[in-house]
Design a binder for this molecule. Structure first.
Ligand code: ZN
Length: 437
């Protein structure tokens, strides 16, 4: 304790601090290593810096296990620097970066320079996924043991499903041996026609669009969950969109399979009938009202475990192409917390702030094995953000830190705004006219 107490400490006063499951009028003292004290009154003489956060809430730093930073390989869309700044601007202090990159981080030789880049440029804690198969090619399981020497314990082939069941089973067995987690994009391409861009349903037909059936996602998920019944891999399902997938997860969980699943803010907020063009095109697609309700209920009853947002930046040129040719994906880091809070906590009063924080911080941190992360508590990591929960502003994509402006949420009104984000006890992002230093 002597060593940490000798480091310069910061005191935040007059904020409503989210701790023990609710907002409380408390003060917080921390240094770059840990939260030292949370109490009704703390002696200012203990701090080198005192911050007056009157009118703001201090919330645990959010954790997103599904982010595309695009670097290396696709720097016209986003970089480690801009993507991680977007994370900070959205209240996220830890993000996991997907490995569909050029070169893909499948080996020590490609992962090492990638990690060095992250260390140089990231504004928040960025944890890279390794691939499940070499170069996400679906043929050969990655050498998990080798990548573990660099600290990698999380693997994904996001962007594509592992098509071969034989390869997936082999990969799962090796993952069990190395005790690493799989984060799986499930998609059986046998169900996807060329040019398919939206959910296969009456609305797609009306508009003359080729649809992506729910079975495209759920069939491969059902296959993987079958494998996971006998191969005890730590299995996590990415961006669940279909009610059939929720049903499959419920059944697997009831049988004790070691599986969890995430759902994105856009699948909770939007449906296929909201789609007007490529800005609403993502994979998996926005599905029917019935599907969306199944996702909300699945999250509420624990079948789905937490929220992760699949931040997927593209250039405006790419997103201006016709529906069939535009790439899949939307940016989400800077809108997910403000809009979920506004819709489900403030407007509908369906969720508590406690639930939202559990789904966006505590539960992803726990499942992905991050220690002392996801809560504001003495001894925990000093990762948090200040937010105004009683404001009103209009989402303007041009104000995003992200290079990607591809969002369907431009023009939406939010009552929750991120003002300042702290990682490891240091402010890494402050909103320009927040009034905070
Ligand atoms: Zn994906």
């Amino acid at each position: 304790m002597m060593t940490t107490e000798n480091k310069p400490a910061v005191l935040i006063k007059n904020a409503q601090i989210f701790t023990d499951g609710c907002l409380q009028n408390l003060q917080i003292l921390f240094n770059e290593e840990e939260i030292l004290r949370i109490a009704p009154a703390i002696d200012e003489a203990l701090a080198k810096t005192v911050i007056d956060a009157k009118g703001l809430a201090l919330l645990p730093g959010l954790v997103d296990t599904h982010v595309h930073l695009r670097e290396p390989g696709f720097e016209a869309k986003e970089t480690i620097k801009t993507g991680s700044l977007a994370a900070a601007a959205g209240g996220f202090t830890t993000i996991f970066a997907m490995p569909n990159l050029k070169p893909a981080p499948s080996t020590v030789e490609t992962m090492k320079p990638y990690m060095e880049k992250i260390a140089r440029h990231a504004a928040v804690r960025v944890i890279p996924f390794g691939t499940i198969t070499d170069n996400e090619a679906g043929a050969t399981p990655t050498d998990y043991k080798a990548l573990k020497t660099l600290g990698c314990r999380w693997f994904s082939d996001d962007g594509v499903g592992v098509a071969s069941g034989a390869v997936m089973q082999k990969a799962m067995k090796q993952a069990v041996e190395e005790d690493v987690l799989f984060s799986c994009h499930t998609e059986d391409m046998n169900y996807r026609q060329p040019g398919a861009s939206v959910h296969a349903g009456p609305y797609a037909k009306e508009n003359g669009w080729t649809g992506i059936p729910s079975a495209c996602e759920s069939s491969q998920l059902i296959r993987d969950l079958e494998f996971a019944r006998t191969i005890p891999v730590k299995y996590h399902a990415d961006h669940i969109s279909a009610k059939e997938s929720v049903e499959a997860l419920a059944a697997a969980k009831a049988d004790g399979v070691n599986c969890t699943a995430e759902v994105t803010a856009h699948h909770l907020l939007l449906e296929d009938k909201d789609v007007t063009g490529p800005m609403f095109k993502m994979n998996p697609p926005l599905r029917s009202h019935e599907d969306r309700m199944a996702l909300i209920e699945g999250l509420e009853n624990g079948t789905l475990d937490f929220i992760a947002n699949d931040h997927a930046p593209h250039t405006m040129e790419e997103k201006s192409r016709p529906m069939e040719q535009a790439p899949f994906g939307i940016v989400s880091l800077e809108t997910s917390f403000p809009l979920l809070y506004t819709e489900f906590v403030e407007k509908q009063k369906r969720w508590s702030l406690k639930q939202l924080i559990e789904w966006m911080a505590e539960k992803p941190a726990a499942r992905f094995g991050l220690e002392k992360t996801g809560r504001i508590q003495e001894g925990y990591r000093p990762d948090f953000f200040l937010a105004d929960l009683n404001t009103s502003y209009v989402i303007d994509p041009q104000s995003f830190e992200s290079m990607g402006k591809n969002t369907p949420f431009g023009g939406w009104t939010s009552c929750a705004r991120v003002e300042q984000t702290w990682v490891e006890g240091r402010p890494v992002w402050t909103r320009a006219d927040s009034g905070l230093n």
